[in-house]
Design a protein around this ligand. Structure first.
Ligand SMILES: Nc1ncnc2c1ncn2[C@@H]1O[C@H](COP(=O)(O)OP(=O)(O)OP(=O)(O)O)[C@@H](O)[C@H]1O
Length: 334
């Protein structure tokens, strides 16, 4: 659906050159929600803006829906861009226009007739839950409502792809949840491919199917969200995962204690609700206490994480870890 090949972006300011993207390759599949996460300055905005060529790559190719955008110019490029909607952190609404006119804006650009504009705007307002606000101005709306206008406007011309540039970063946690839920609903209803950039791992966990971690203009790790969460490889990924799995207190407890007898156990899918842990450890003759635990969801997949301390004469954490792994659990000796 989206293919990036050898994407490089070099910024030149005076005599200084800065490589914001470095021969980056990426494949995004039709209908998925793909998250790109990275620290400030890693290249996220540059990357997402290169997908619709708001930013022109210095080298490399961008394909969207089988069309090479990097080979197009002028009107042809503009026409292809209409298949790509985009929403922004600060919404970018026209402050002097009503909600209706903001949503209608891209339709008017392509000279849609009046009746069709009205029909489509009302349909979009219903989709994003703004039917009652069409005659208001942006200044009369909350942040979440503003982003709903942004989403409706981005969808006006039936795009194949929606790009989200830190779309929830300016919102409080509750509003963030409702906007993420809306994106998930739209993805399912319209089978729309969504690419989002964020610096928050919660956003990735809540709605993404796959994730790529970007650092210094390169993708350093990518895969299914569940795999990246349960087995983060790169140090940057580990940092992000710890945003949502904070074991700080347990780690400081462990430092003064029996480090070798602490296990971090991750469950996913059905095993989350089964007594695998209890049964396995009971069979070893050991006992354990739970130091920290949570059950949560990654999109629709239930997953849980527990940190336990083993007790007993032969508190052989390594052997117990092996037994648990054989039962299909992810286990790490802390
Ligand atoms: N127009 C520009 N001119 C020169 N350098 C730029 C320009 N835009 C971005 N950069 C530089 O490119 C690098 C990547 O920037 P980018 O905005 O893509 O990162 P980011 O991951 O989106 O960061 P943030 O989360 O802070 O927005 C940074 O070092 C930035 O200073």
């Amino acid at each position: 659906m989206i293919k990036l090949e050898g994407l490089t972006k070099i910024y030149q300011s005076g005599k200084q050159t800065l490589k914001a993207l470095d021969e980056l390759d990426l494949d995004i599949v039709q209908g998925e929600i793909f998250g790109i996460i990275g620290h400030s300055g890693a290249g996220k905005s540059t990357l997402i803006r290169c997908i619709n060529l708001l930013e022109k790559p210095s080298e490399g190719r961008v394909y969207v829906n089988g069309v090479e955008l990097t080979a197009l110019k002028g009107r042809k490029l503009q026409a292809e861009r209409r298949n790509i909607g985009m929403i922004f952190q600060h919404f970018n609404l026209l402050s002097s226009a009503t909600v209706f006119e903001n949503i209608a804006f891209p339709l008017r650009l392509v000279k849609t007739n009046r009746n069709e504009v009205k029909r489509r705007v009302e349909e979009l307002a219903q989709l994003v839950g703004l039917e009652a606000h069409l005659s208001k101005y942006p200044s009369q709306l909350s942040g979440g409502q503003k982003q709903r206008v942004g989403i409706a406007r981005a969808l006006a011309n039936h795009p194949h792809v929606l790009l989200c540039d830190e779309a929830t970063s300016a919102l409080d946690p509750e509003t963030t949840k409702s906007i993420l839920q809306l994106l998930l609903d739209i993805n399912r209803k319209l089978n729309l491919t969504i690419v989002l950039i964020t610096h928050e791992m919660q956003v990735i966990r809540d709605i993404c199917d796959r994730v790529a971690v970007i650092d210094q203009g390169k993708i350093v790790e990518s895969g299914k969200v569940v795999d990246v969460f349960l087995r983060p490889q790169h140090p940057v990924t580990r940092q992000f995962v710890s945003q949502v799995n904070d074991h700080e207190e347990v780690r400081s407890y462990a430092e003064g204690s029996l480090l070798h007898s602490l296990l971090k156990i991750s469950f996913k899918g059905e095993t989350t609700y089964q007594p695998v842990l209890f049964e396995t450890i009971r069979d070893t003759g050991l006992s354990f206490s739970i130091l920290q635990g949570s059950i949560s969801k990654m999109k629709d997949l239930p997953y849980g994480q527990l940190i336990i301390e083993l007790h007993g004469e032969a508190a052989d954490a390594g052997r117990t870890a092996e037994l648990l792994k054989q039962k299909g659990l992810e286990v790490e000796v802390l």
